[in-house]
Design a protein around this ligand. Sequence first.
Ligand code: SF4
Length: 253
Amino acid sequence: MPSRKAKKKRLAPKKRATKLAAIAARKRRAKISKVAKAARGGSDPKRVAAILAKLDEAYPAAICELKHENAFQLLISTILSAQCTDVRVNQVTESLYKKYPNPQAFAYANPSELQQEIRPTGFFRNKTKSIMGASKALLEDFGGQVPKTMDEILTLPGVARKTANVVLGTAYGIASGVVVDTHVIRLSRRLDLTKHEDPKKIEQDLIRVIPKEKWIQFSHQLIWHGRRVCIARKPRCVDCNLESICYSKDKTV
Ligand code: SF4
């Protein structure tokens, strides 16, 4: 009968082979999962194309929901829309644009009156300053017209990249960047198109992965999706046509 020591010696190569096979299998699995992760990762062009196709399918006619008749009205409505819904802004601007039809009217408005008129949109004191300041700057520097370049429009008081992108994209059809509002921030992160939280960095990530000809429509579509389906607190994933390519931790299915 072989001694215990001899038996152990005889089994050792077998054990070693099993162990090596297990290690190799583990490495293979890790490699496969790495490849799969890369394939489904945020900036993978095929996945980005699939996201864009699904957004086109769901929202072929997405547009800016702020009512306006010209670039100036859109500029004012966008300033008013900070921390406020488009529905509320549209309610306020219905009468506002009758009383203040152009930059002159806003520039020389009575500030206290204007404050009360836009009060329902919130932050009415700051918004009044921005609206009057932007209107004066339009008259003094741009002949009363909303400029058509990012650099120029950013010189207007109270106007940052989000407002500039809305006005340039929607009023003039100029793709100067991607509108990054609260919906675009949330959805870009859920769809793994960015890891950032800062709007400027998110916009840079989106500009890198979204083809330029889609920048304007992509913003509208993401905002529509954020309002209708991928809502902040409890996304309606069961109704979402992006569900099969969404890996968000917030998913509800
Ligand atoms: S699956 Fe859910 S979390 Fe992902 S995009 Fe759709 S609604 Fe948003």
